[in-house]
Design a protein around this ligand. Structure first.
Ligand SMILES: [Zn+2]
Ligand SMILES: [Zn+2]
Length: 289
């Protein structure tokens, strides 16, 4: 079975109950892959029942703080949950550039604290992050493999943030695509082809209240318009659409229905979930929720 859990449905906009962006993909029996690591990701992972040392890798989509600010917390908590001689670093996969540079240095300011903590409690070593990088391109490339599971990445459109990537997890039971932040674009559509689940950011311009965003048009230009998301998901044959990182954030059941209605009008007929934190979708070779 594969479980996709939204560890954070939020955005840079602070909203009660919505952690920073992230999604966890778990593949039976014991593969755990985390995509992005926004604020409170570590708390949400624990609430989802994850033992932090069991995380195989964290994949970063792009260098926006809302997607990465939880990384030092996760790396240090990952260390604190390990004892003995075989303490392993947190594995991070990121495109070459600012996100990878950030991951490589995210623990620097905590070295002194960790050294004192380790000496005081008899721990071995310090928390550490091991970064694997890749050069993103418009052609999907495999960036991680474990067992029968592989993760591919492709460049997407989130300028002026460059690079930005989407990821696809392929498993024997099906596939999961994580859009990251992007406008709807051909590379996102191609990597989403026949995905069992698409974890997709979404922007609904007509719902943005006055004063929420400093410049709504510039924000709209690098996010995924809700109508274009519905059109793309229909063309790509996506199985289930798991919407997250919604702008504006849904504040009621009605505002979620408004998003779903726009997706339907755009032609997508599959299941649509407008996610709250910890919402999840399960699938085995036959989709079940
Ligand atoms: Zn974002
Ligand atoms: Zn972004």
């Amino acid at each position: 079975m594969v479980r996709v859990t939204i560890t954070g449905s939020g955005t840079p906009i602070m909203v009660p109950g919505r952690a920073g962006p992230g999604a966890l993909v778990e593949v039976d029996p014991d593969i755990k892959l985390q995509f992005d690591c926004g604020r409170a990701t570590t708390l949400r992972l624990t609430e989802a029942g994850v033992k932090l040392p069991d995380i195989d890798a964290v994949f970063l989509t792009h260098h926006h703080s809302d997607h990465m600010v939880g990384l030092p917390d996760l790396a240090m908590s990952h260390w604190l949950e390990q004892w003995g001689d075989n303490v392993s670093p947190l594995e991070v996969v990121a495109p070459i550039g600012p996100a990878a540079d950030y991951a490589a240095s995210a623990l620097d300011v905590w070295q002194g604290e960790m050294t004192i903590r380790a000496a005081h409690t008899g721990r071995e070593g310090n928390a550490a992050i091991n970064v694997s990088t890749f050069a993103p391109s418009d052609r999907p490339q495999v960036v991680f493999e474990t067992g029968e599971v592989s993760v591919s990445a492709v460049a997407v459109r989130h300028e002026p943030i460059v690079p930005a990537v989407a990821y696809r997890v392929d498993t024997p039971a099906g596939s999961v695509v994580i859009s990251g932040d992007t406008a709807v674009c051909p590379t996102l559509e191609s990597i989403s082809a026949a995905a069992t689940v698409l974890v997709q950011e979404v922007f609904r311009a007509k719902a943005v209240p006055d004063g929420l965003l400093s410049d709504p048009e510039s924000i709209a230009s690098y996010h995924s318009d809700v109508t274009q998301v519905g059109e793309m998901a229909a063309r790509a044959g996506v199985g289930t659409l798991l919407l997250t990182h919604a702008i504006p954030p849904p504040t009621s059941a009605e505002s979620k229905v408004d998003i779903v209605n726009d997706i339907r009008r755009a032609g997508y007929r599959g299941p649509v979930i407008v996610a709250d934190d910890l919402d999840h979708v399960d699938f085995s070779p036959h989709l079940e929720q």
